[in-house]
Design a protein around this ligand. Sequence first.
Ligand code: SF4
Length: 294
Amino acid sequence: MIIENFPASIEQLNRKLSPCTVCPFKCGTDRYSDNGGRCKTGSILKIASHNLHHGEEPPISGSRGSGTIFFSGCSLRCAFCQNYPISQLLNGNEVTISKLSEYMLSLQTRGAHNINLVSPTHFVPQIVEALWLAVKKGLKIPIVYNSGGYDDIEVLKCLEGIVDIYLPDMKYGDNKNALKYSGAKNYVEINRAAIGEMYRQAGELVTDKDGAALKGLIIRHLVLPGNISNTEKVLEFIANLSKTIPVSLMSQYFPAHRAGSMPELQRKLRREEYLSALHALDDLGLVNGWTQPV
Ligand code: SF4
């Protein structure tokens, strides 16, 4: 963490709240007076939970757990979102920036390996201000930015030296499906630019002697039924960036949220679909990461 980077980043990020250009949708609303943007949030932070979490990838959870903070709301509209009560229905409680900084410090006191910001994209300005307050009071564990991967590159540049570990999704390798199933235009180009910037900042995964992450990039990819995720294209991009980036290749898809009303999303993943994703991983020489049961 580079302490000197905070004040300039906070100033730049706060300017992006009105008109709002905090995420690639660039709605242009005034977040101080309006929560009518696509993410349905204003300037007040809303969080669904803050707790130690043991179910993340091993270097993130470590032995003591990841200090996970779930933010309410999301600008993506994934039809199959498994967290839709939080992301779409905005379940959660409003908190002040100062309260969020206290939660961060309390997670550190409880032994968290890191502060894991889940769905942070639409609240980046407020989060960085909370981090700054917490850092001044002794927060020193790594910061994890855990997003859907649809992040604005100029916003990400403001996180240089502040975020230590990037944990983004690469959801799609095809814009048509990204638009249809998540409502995101140009997802592929925006996502790839974001991943490139994250890799430039954080580089390869570095862990401590016990295997807990200190810095780096880990990419998550959920394999969708019927190859809606276009998995091979996603993995090809990662392999071209670096064959040693850890990939968390997930088979855990189940029809949640609006997926039940879409015939192509109404079933779990078939064994052969996940096997084909595993073969692509092998064929491309992606040597690091985690897979799930077939
Ligand atoms: S953060 Fe919210 S209001 Fe701002 S551009 Fe994105 S969706 Fe729109």
